[in-house]
Ligand binder design. Sequence first.
Ligand SMILES: [Zn+2]
Length: 247
Amino acid sequence: MANFNTHLSIATGASMGAALIAVNVRLIASGDMPWLIFLGALGGLLPDIDASNSRPVKLLFTVLALMGVAGALQVFKNNYEPYPLLMIVAGTYLFIRHVVFAFFNRLTVHRGVFHSLLAAVFFALLMTCISYHLLHWSVLHAWLNGLFIALGFIVHLLLDELYSVDLSNARMKNSFGTALKLFSHSNMNASALLAILTILLYWMAPSPMPLVKVWKGAQWNNYLTPVRLPIRRPINNKEHAEKYFGT
Ligand SMILES: [Zn+2]
């Protein structure tokens, strides 16, 4: 099994590559890169949300709780006085960091439902819905947020599978096939619940058409060529003078 640092660095690298390509083909602006790379890295850690009570998982829940705090601030900042707002923010942090964390620890089996493509789609749609409905991002950016979560997530599953191939002995370890799967066969109830929630999120998500439109209009042949900055023409003094002084 790949460890926390491997997952973090490979997911960050993959999302950097994807973000660079997205800038080159003009799917996104370069200013969007850092946030999307962060989401890709987060997606690369999410599947292990079901791992045991380990330090990386606690760190992951701290990050998720802080993101919840940022979201709560965004949603409630105009509706509440500072004191109740502080209570809401503190409550959000404690709820995610401790209650949701304890719930996950108790209910999930490592490499269960969360190590599946279904879970990747679930988290991508969850991110898209939160971005669009709660944080009021544009449809395009909400979907991009979801896509980068999915990218990191799938890279994690692939990496877990790669680590179950024992290259020196050319044989498969027992863990082969437990990470990259469509859904969890061993826990059908949890899989069914996750499938229902995923369908519900898809129904709530905004139409992906704006993303499809930009995607189709992207200059895909430029994926390796950085977009050239427009070259400034040297000012022709005569022309300039004519334009401004009419001489
Ligand atoms: Zn894993």
